[in-house]
Ligand binder design. Structure first.
Ligand code: ZN
Ligand code: CU
Length: 502
């Protein structure tokens, strides 16, 4: 902490006004990894105006003794583009201490609208229009947006066209990405296992990532292969950084499938080597050994029953998280459904896909704990939930990512210090994604704050009961306004649309 002497708040005091809020005596985490330090934090309006010993009274006084006061958590990897509009209180994130989200990951964003977006219940013509909609009808959290390569490609070429873009199409796509950058998108995302991302030749990605690079924005990528092909995927990603100079964020860094376990040691070494060579490559991660994606994706890729690149996914490892037409299937494995239907697991998967299509989200048991910890301990790793806000039994990462990192991984397993853990979900995240004056507790920063009990904070959700409220979060403020207290949402919606700033 710096500049917290009496002069820091003398101006405010001389006006005779009190602070709107003072949180007293908490152990303050600055968001950049400095050791916790006991301090008072004073807020006026939407900003932190003093950190230190605060003499004036606040309109609201909070006793923070015994608690940690941290910057609100920033979820850099979400698929909340639609949810934050449809359910603007966004309790799944607010109640875990999250104050800002980045939407549009893995190649799919709500804008620019095309067939795919419209099919999912309406999109926006541009990122600018989306951010304006959030300005006009605010959510409880702040929202920043990536523009999805898949959404751009869909609106220009179509979802299922497995061919390179023509020159005219490429310049149309480039124009859409440029427009998104002008509108304030924080970067371009890709999803190279999904349609239509997987149809994009490297040259197309280079051309479009170059547009993000010119704006100083990020390129985030769900890479082509996270299984036995992980190292080739990292190499492809690093090559793209070399060719464009773009800052790269590898999404949900992991080694998926038994045959790939252990590869993270080498993938982290490749990231280190890229950074040593002057490139800017980082990653994000969710804190679980299970993943979650579309069942259709797994069936098409032939990943069930020992087929395909991942090789070893069995029906027992596939749990239904969302099945909009058959909620009674949610929370059950393909093995259980196959038994009930008197068929094998593959046939059960085919039936679910036939009836649910892209609406079926599954939870997959594919990683090993040692790899999760190895990735988390590495300084290139930020925290992002990758939660998918659909269905009755979503992967518990949707509601519990941040408390799980602080409770299970920092406190119980000692993967890293509490301060370091917090920095990887606050200050470092804000800097990486261009969110000015967010993610830090210091004078002048926005008052996005979370007060929690470091001895108690924990995830409470399980795979069969994933939507519980995490433990240990006392209070959450967004732009100086309290959005959650003692596990209850206050109903306030002080969130803002965030536009990229370098
Ligand atoms: Zn992804
Ligand atoms: Cu994702």
């Amino acid at each position: 902490m710096e500049g917290h002497g009496p002069s820091a708040y003398a101006g405010a005091m001389s006006t005779g006004a009190s602070f709107d809020l003072v949180i007293r005596g908490a152990a303050v985490a600055d968001g950049l990894g400095a050791p916790l330090a006991i301090a008072d934090v004073a807020v006026r309006g939407d900003r932190i105006v003093a950190v230190g010993e605060v003499a004036g009274r606040g309109g609201v006084e909070i006793d923070g003794a015994g608690k940690v006061l941290a910057p609100g958590f920033i979820d850099v990897h979400t698929h909340d583009d639609w949810a934050v509009l449809a359910e603007p209180q966004h309790a799944c994130k607010v109640l875990q201490g999250c104050t800002s989200i980045v939407v549009g990951n893995c190649g799919t964003s709500i804008a620019p609208g095309g067939e795919q977006v419209v099919a999912r219940g309406g999109g926006f013509e541009s990122i600018g229009a989306y951010l304006e909609a959030l300005d006009n009808d605010p959510a409880s959290v702040n929202t920043a947006a990536l523009v999805g390569h898949g959404s751009v490609r869909t609106s220009v070429i179509g979802l299922r066209d497995n061919r390179p873009a023509t020159e005219g199409e490429l310049s149309a796509m480039r124009a859409l990405v440029e427009r998104a950058m002008v509108d304030g998108a924080v970067g371009l995302s890709s999803g190279l296992i999904y349609e239509p991302g997987k149809y994009a030749p490297e040259a197309e990605l280079v051309a479009l990532a170059g547009v993000a690079a010119a704006a100083g924005a990020l390129y985030t990528t769900h890479m082509r292969n996270e299984g036995v092909g992980l190292l080739d995927s990292i190499a492809e990603t690093v090559r793209l950084a070399e060719q464009t100079g773009v800052r790269v964020q590898i999404s949900h860094h992991k080694a998926s499938g038994r045959g790939a376990w252990g590869l993270v040691t080498q993938s982290l070494a490749l990231i280190d080597a890229a950074c040593a060579a002057g490139l800017d490559v980082m990653a994000d991660q969710y804190p679980y050994t299970r993943g979650s994606t579309l069942l259709e994706q797994i069936v098409r890729a032939g990943e069930l029953h020992g087929f395909g690149p991942e090789g070893d996914l069995t029906p027992a490892q596939v749990l239904i998280g969302a099945a909009p037409h058959h909620p009674e299937w949610e929370g059950r494995t393909l093995t259980e459904l196959a038994e009930e239907w008197g068929c094998d697991g593959r046939a059960a998967a085919d039936r679910v896909v036939a009836e649910e299509g892209r609406g079926c989200i599954v939870v997959l048991d594919t990683m090993t704990e040692a790899d999760v910890e190895t990735v988390m301990a590495h300084p290139s790793t930020l925290i992002g939930s990758d939660g998918i806000p659909l269905g009755g039994k979503p992967h518990p990462r949707l509601h519990h990512t941040f408390p799980r990192v602080l409770g299970h991984y920092a406190r119980e397993k000692g993967v890293f210090s509490l301060e370091t853990a917090i920095s990887r979900m606050t200050g470092l995240s804000a800097r990486r994604f261009g969110l000015a004056d967010r993610g830090e507790v210091r004078e002048g920063a926005y008052a996005d704050l979370v007060l929690f009990d470091p001895d108690v904070i924990a995830d409470t959700g399980t795979f069969t009961d994933p939507t519980t409220v995490p433990a240990g979060i006392d209070r959450v403020w967004v732009n100086g306004v309290c959005v959650a207290a003692d596990g209850e949402h206050t109903g306030a919606r002080p969130g803002r649309a965030l536009r990229f700033s370098r």
